[in-house]
Design a binder for this molecule. Structure first.
Ligand SMILES: Nc1ncnc2c1ncn2[C@@H]1O[C@H](COP(=O)(O)OP(=O)(O)OP(=O)(O)O)[C@@H](O)[C@H]1O
Ligand SMILES: [Mg+2]
Length: 158
């Protein structure tokens, strides 16, 4: 089943076109990687797919229906987006961030055991890689149907 799709999607900023006529499908259990040079439009594509940047033409389909709803609505239906900037709340503790993830945190901690000793620490003082693990753990704690991650391995050791 296709969970997320773009059909002839174009997107950009005001008069500046960045993405033109994109077709893309993400099916259940599938991993889709988007590769491209700096400035190619990867982040713009993800922002349009998640609902942060309305496409200038074409459609995005979420769970088989064309959508124009904002990200927070799609999030309730199981879409998660981890942006290029680390998607955490710096002023909250590591645990506080995980509790915002809308789901059980135990599984996320099993995937990222490095976070366990850091639960009480303020997220803003975590290292870059630790913050990236936290951002991914928060997104996974919500048991998403689709997880969109911009720069998945940013700062992470292999
Ligand atoms: N808010 C904005 N306003 C105007 N132009 C923008 C804006 N954000 C991005 N752009 C332009 O859109 C183009 C695509 O940027 P985008 O961030 O999507 O690229 P990217 O593929 O994610 O690059 P990178 O690998 O460096 O992250 C770039 O030329 C960029 O300058
Ligand atoms: Mg980018």
């Amino acid at each position: 089943m296709t969970l997320l799709a773009a059909h002839g999607m174009s997107a950009g900023y005001g008069p500046v076109p960045v993405v033109t006529d994109l077709d893309l499908h993400v099916g259940e259990g599938e991993i889709v990687a988007l590769l491209g040079a700096n400035g190619a439009g990867k982040s713009t594509t993800l922002m349009s797919l998640c609902g942060l940047l309305p496409p200038s033409s074409g459609t995005v389909e979420w769970l088989g229906q064309p959508v124009r709803s904002p990200l927070h609505r799609r999030a309730r239906a199981g879409l998660r987006y981890v942006s290029e900037e680390r998607s955490i709340v710096r002023g909250l503790s590591t645990l506080g961030n995980l509790q915002l993830g809308l789901g059980p945190i135990e599984e996320a901690l099993e995937l990222f055991p490095e976070l366990r000793p850091l639960l009480k620490r303020s997220a803003g003082v975590l290292s870059g890689g630790q913050q990236q693990m936290l951002a991914l753990a928060c997104a996974l704690a919500g048991e998403p149907r689709v997880l969109l991650v911009d720069e998945l391995s940013l700062g992470l050791a292999p």
